[in-house]
Design a protein around this ligand. Structure first.
Ligand code: UD1
Ligand code: CA
Length: 462
């Protein structure tokens, strides 16, 4: 879109959030709320995107990086004051400004397009995005003249009872002719309940002079939700989650119970995968086709190939290859890779380890800092003892090894291909290929020992 500069107001602390994080960095479905707006602006092909930062602005800068330019608002004296910080750029650009509030992540590209088009068709100096909200509580009210033309915006705190009853609210998103808005901003004063320079007051400055202010009203009132409190944040998350699940279902994913399923915005899932209840898929996870995920699975930043089954498990930052079976009650910690058709069973923890094709770690084991080849069988209760209190050490187990139950591998240790480890062994040395390693106390049976002990007891108590 040509000759338009977008300015996102994001300098406020967000006092009502009661948080150490600037408000615009709070996440909606796994993404800081302000990032949604930056994505929309990208879809609109707006080249110049400016974010006004202030309260903990360096954190906002860190999150958005080079995608946008920044202007500091050192003191947060209100939305009007925030926009006025752009003034230094005045001479460089002649055209329209699209002004957005950093706390409105649900706005769609379509609505922003509608706003810009209306602004241009009507050739207005200012165009406000509005919606009808029932109840309109918490928002500035849009006050129109009898003939329907815009008169002003009044903030809730400053409104009369009659004005409060008005259900048309200001979305905090506007289009302006640049020169007109900066002239109007010079006239506004912090003479209101909050003692702030309200951007919204600039509207009345314009209309009083007889200038044309228009409005674009969206029917999708959910879209304009502004997040001021944790309650608003939960509401936005709920609405966004519904959108995400709808999109996935339309793309051929079965979500058995949308009410108990949470999937982040950037997650991708292929068709014919079934997601059972109480499942949370977060971050940049990718799930293939024909998988069965859940119930009660949490997956974060992981890649899951096709035909994988995962039940009641927690998976972070890991790769799972096709037809693998995980759980119930497995924990895959970061940097784990589970090979094709491998099986990770109940009460198994895997950390920073690679498990080869068709290998099985089926019951109650800890595998950390280990590299396991293909077709290995790890018996119940096997532990890689990878930590001596100071450093971590690797365990390497080659293809086809059979590990008996309750084995300890004291790392660093290497087990050669095809070797067999006797159950209950504590392996401290490397095992050559195809050897049997047994490292446990030899069993001694002492004949009639128990019988003699009870006879002795009886004698003593007489
Ligand atoms: C604002 C509007 C209100 C509208 C609502 C829509 C004003 C005065 N009121 O109210 O009419 O219905 O949005 O959501 O504009 N900010 C700065 N610097 C400041 C103050 C705020 O950058 O000095 C930023 C905030 O970080 C935020 C945005 O501006 O992203 C809006 O500020 P906020 O305090 O949330 O305004 P509301 O009270 O919601
Ligand atoms: Ca707000």
């Amino acid at each position: 879109m040509k000759s338009i500069v977008a300015i996102v107001l994001a300098a406020g602390e967000g006092t009502r959030m009661k948080s150490r994080l600037p408000k615009v960095l709070h996440q909606v479905c796994g993404k800081p709320m302000i990032e949604y707006l930056i994505d929309r602006l990208k879809e609109l092909n707006i080249d110049r995107k400016i974010v006004i930062i202030g309260y903990k602005g360096s954190l906002v800068k860190e999150a958005l990086g080079k995608r946008v330019d920044y202007i500091w608002q050192k003191e947060q004296l209100g939305t009007g004051h925030a926009l006025a910080q752009y003034r230094e750029d005045l001479t460089k650009f002649k055209g329209d400004l699209l002004v957005l509030s950093g706390d409105t992540p649900l706005l769609t590209t379509q609505t922003l397009k509608g706003l810009i088009e209306t602004h241009r068709e009507k050739d207005a100096l200012a165009t406000i995005l509005t919606a009808i909200l029932k109840p309109p509580t918490g928002y500035g009210r849009v006050i129109r003249h009898g003939d329907g033309t815009i008169r002003k915006i009044v903030e809730e705190e400053d409104a009369t009872i009659i004005e409060l009853a008005n259900e048309e609210v200001n979305a905090g998103t506007y289009c302006f002719k640049k020169e007109a808005i900066f002239q109007a901003l010079e006239k506004i004063k912090p003479e209101n309940v909050q003692e702030e320079y309200y951007l919204t007051d600039a509207i009345e400055v314009l209309t009083k002079k007889g200038h044309k202010v228009s409005a674009y009203t969206t029917d999708e009132s959910d879209e304009i939700i502004g997040i001021n409190s944790r309650k608003d944040l939960a509401l936005a998350n709920r609405i966004m989650r519904e959108h995400i699940l709808d999109r996935l279902m339309l793309n051929g994913v079965t979500i058995v119970d949308p009410l108990t399923t949470t999937i982040d915005q950037e997650v991708e899932i292929d068709r014919d995968t079934v997601i059972y209840p109480f499942t949370i898929i977060e971050g940049k996870s990718r799930i293939g086709k024909d998988c069965i995920i859940g119930p009660a699975v949490q997956i974060r930043d992981s890649r899951v190939a096709n035909k994988v089954e995962i039940k009641n498990s927690s998976i972070q930052n890991s790769i799972i290859e096709s037809e693998a079976r995980i759980g119930p009650y497995a924990h895959l910690r970061p940097k784990s890779r589970i090979g094709k058709r491998a099986k990770i069973g109940n009460f198994v923890e895997i950390k920073k380890s690679s498990i080869g094709r068709e290998s099985k770690v089926a019951h109650m084991s800890y595998i950390g800092d280990a590299t396991l080849g293909d077709e290995i069988n790890i018996g119940a209760g096997t532990i890689t003892c990878n930590y001596d209190g100071f450093k971590k050490y690797p365990t390497t187990i080659s293809d086809g090894v059979f590990v008996g139950s309750n084995t300890n591998f004291i790392a660093p240790v290497k087990i050669g291909r095809g070797a067999v480890i006797g159950a209950g062994s504590t392996i401290t040395e490397d095992v050559p290929p195809y050897a049997l390693a047994i490292a446990r106390g030899r069993q001694r049976n002492i004949k009639d020992w128990a019988k003699k002990r009870s006879q002795k007891r009886k004698r003593n108590t007489k």
